[in-house]
Ligand binder design. Structure first.
Ligand SMILES: Cc1cc2nc3c(=O)[nH]c(=O)nc-3n(C[C@H](O)[C@H](O)[C@H](O)COP(=O)(O)O)c2cc1C
Length: 335
């Protein structure tokens, strides 16, 4: 109720400004110790892929792109955080305005394009933080790197992030970096994944640490192409998938927003994300960890994803529309 009131004021401000503004407010609230992790009765940690998740609710990538607000999200009750997407070099992303709200449909449309401080500053931020949560680092390519050289950017990020990550997410599914989603093409993906895993194995030997690798997939893949992709990931020992990123399908948002560039998140993504989860679950036969994300707007939505076979869930747009209490509502529902 209180958040609804707060939201009606915040929604009068431009979305990108209000994102930073809310994080500033939360930083102050956190600094004066008003944010504390709530205990949830009967909540059990989840041990999977060698990682100890405090609970099944994660922060989706893109909210804390530069690893600057980890303490806030830990205190809001998240069981794990996915930070980034980070690229080798810093970049400012696409032209503003690059995020829009469609409140009638509980949706966001964003075309950020991996604005971030670059992997070196990002890792400095992680080094400074004192949180005790599973940390996923989501890596991507710089906009100016030619498509054929994409793998070099992912390897560069992997080398810097490997020591500090509990898991690494390879993001090939943002619609806001030109041609990025072409990496879903089987022949390109096969070469890409093999090179990635060669590097992972080198790092594993050198640093004596095995970091699980997850691939974040698009919800817009043709259904017939999902099985070959999943089979390829399993054959190459990828540990898990994150389904899904935003969709370029604008048919479920209000007319004035349909011409905008970028990806749609929130309620209009729900069905696509659920369908993808269900297909991937069937095909992967428990050989991949599955994180479900996309259109989880209520605790019941999250419970449904777990019942459909997701190991973990992540939220982004739900946090904007329902407020931070959604995290604890989901924890409660899942415990
Ligand atoms: C403003 C915004 C920025 C995002 N940035 C990233 C990103 O940098 N990397 C990424 O993998 N996903 C990014 N995403 C996608 C989310 O992580 C998530 O997959 C998607 O929004 C679907 O979940 P939701 O419906 O709960 O928002 C972003 C989403 C939004 C709305």
């Amino acid at each position: 109720m209180l958040y609804r009131l707060f939201r009606s004021v915040i929604f009068l401000l431009p979305p990108e400004f209000s994102h930073h503004f809310i994080l500033k407010i939360l930083k102050i609230v956190n600094f004066i110790s008003l944010l504390k992790v709530k205990d949830i009765k009967n909540e059990k940690p989840i041990f999977i892929k060698g990682l100890n998740f405090k609970n099944k609710v994660g922060l989706a990538a893109g909210f804390d792109k530069n690893a600057e607000h980890m303490q806030i999200f830990e205190n809001l009750g998240f069981g794990f955080l996915e930070l980034g997407t980070v690229t080798p070099k810093p970049q400012s992303g696409n032209k503003k305005p690059r995020i829009f709200r469609d409140p009638k449909n509980d949706a966001l449309i964003n075309s950020f394009g991996f604005n971030n401080v670059g992997i070196y500053k990002f890792i400095d931020n992680i080094k400074k933080s004192k949180i005790n949560l599973v940390i996923g680092i989501n890596i991507g390519k710089n906009a100016l790197t030619p498509y054929e050289d994409s793998i070099n950017d992912y390897i560069a990020c992997m080398r810097e992030a490997y020591v500090y990550a509990d898991y690494l997410t390879v993001n090939i599914s943002s619609p806001n970096t030109k041609n990025l989603r072409d990496l879903h093409n089987l022949s390109d993906l096969s070469i890409f994944i093999k090179s990635l895993m060669i590097e992972k194995n080198k790092l594993q030997k050198k640093l004596k640490k095995s970091v699980p690798i997850f691939l974040k997939l698009s919800p817009d893949i043709e259904k017939s192409k999902i099985k070959p992709i999943i089979d390829l990931l399993i054959a190459n020992n990828i540990d898990g998938v994150i389904v899904t990123n935003t969709t370029i399908d604008k048919s479920k948002i209000s007319k004035p927003y349909q011409h905008l560039p970028g990806g749609v998140s929130g309620a209009p993504l729900k069905i696509k994300s659920e369908q993808m989860l269900s297909t991937v679950k069937k095909i992967s036969k428990n050989k991949l960890l599955i994180i479900s994300v996309g259109g989880i707007m209520t605790a019941d939505d999250a419970l449904k994803r777990i019942r459909m076979g997701a190991d973990l869930v992540q939220i982004y747009t739900g946090l904007i529309y329902q407020g931070p209490s959604l995290v604890n509502e989901i924890r409660q529902k899942l415990s």
